[in-house]
Write a protein that binds this ligand. Structure first.
Ligand SMILES: [Zn+2]
Length: 133
């Protein structure tokens, strides 16, 4: 912490005609201020990291073996489960003709899950046509 009484000490030293002592004390305070500023910046970064973790804890979930992220009420994903498990990275899977593929680790996933979120595309449902009796 910064001891604010030191500012009064500096003022008193100037008033007593001791500018060198005052200047020395001022330099000490300056270096303490710089150290506190660095500590504050580091703490802000740590708070942001904790806020990010909290956000993911609240909004990231697993469904049908894939990770999904809810942002502003919109479901995003699916994200690669391998990349998330190994590197905590959210890599959106790309849809190809026969599977979902991760562009980062190149793992192919079968279409056992719903299609990508945000798509209004309706998957064709298999229709069972009974034999004519
Ligand atoms: Zn991956």
């Amino acid at each position: 912490m910064l001891d604010y009484r030191r500012f009064k000490e500096i003022n008193d030293l100037f008033a007593k005609g001791q500018p060198e002592k005052a200047r020395h004390l001022l330099m000490e305070l300056q270096s303490r201020c710089i150290a506190l500023r660095d500590e504050l910046d580091m703490l802000k970064i740590r708070i942001q990291a904790f806020e990010d973790i909290l956000y993911f804890t609240k909004n990231l979930y697993k469904e049908n073996g894939f990770y999904w992220l809810k942002t502003a009420g919109v479901k995003q994903g699916p994200f690669c489960p391998q990349c998330y498990a190994h590197e905590r990275a959210l890599i959106p899977l790309e849809k190809s003709r026969h599977d979902l593929r991760c562009p980062y680790c190149n793992t192919a996933h079968t279409h056992s899950s719903p299609p990508c979120a945000g798509s209004n595309h309706q998957e064709r449902q298999a229709k069972i046509i009974p034999f004519a009796g």
